[in-house]
Ligand binder design. Sequence first.
Ligand code: SF4
Length: 252
Amino acid sequence: MNPFLKNLNRVEFIITYSCTGNCKHCSESELRKNGGKLNADTAVRALEKINNAFTLQSVMTFGGEPLIYPDTVISIHNAARKMNIPKRQIITNGYFSKDNKITAQVAKNVAESGVNDILVSADAFHQETIPLKNVLLFTENLLKNGAQAVRVHPAWLVDKDNDNQYNVKTREIIKSFETLGVLPSNGNVIFPAGNALKYLGKYFDKNTAYVNRYEQDKKNIRSICIEPNGNFLNSNIHDENFLSRLAEYCPD
Ligand code: SF4
């Protein structure tokens, strides 16, 4: 076993960088222009191979907005459930269609797909461009169809307890979910990158070295993140021999 991969137990799939939102705090603002989407069959085959080699504990789908391509998301989670991967997560902004019937049907399909940790991103930033009523409709339909562990997943500016105008608004939005019985996750504290640095720069201290909590130790890889074009770490899932390449992984 490659010593740098001995703790690998999680796979994350970026279904697409495309998004229905245009958030002020988005760290992926440049990538969103790329478009493209993950190939569902290739993703499922890759998940099987990686799970056989490493015994995964969790799989996550996110974006961009992953539910622009619901069939891809659902194929991955159905497969993850068959493989008995215990934790199966999605992060979604809950807005992928203006048609309420489509919203309801996709929510049903997601609820039935075996996802057991659903994080709905909602806060002052998302709701500048994403209608809250559509997100609440999606959430109601998840619950109606028996979805497990649905939480609202806010982004906080500076920190959760800071009373800036955005956090105040975010607390109001969270209350709308609480009326449905949906509680908040701890959420994220916004990292100064991409749009966040461009539009919210005044909230960040130039003398503070911010730590990106999503960056992992390259000598102790716990999670691999597969991009819409199949790229990850040192390989690509479209390469038939990607597991051999992964086994050769060596940090710079
Ligand atoms: S919903 Fe997420 S990916 Fe889309 S613009 Fe907002 S922060 Fe970026």
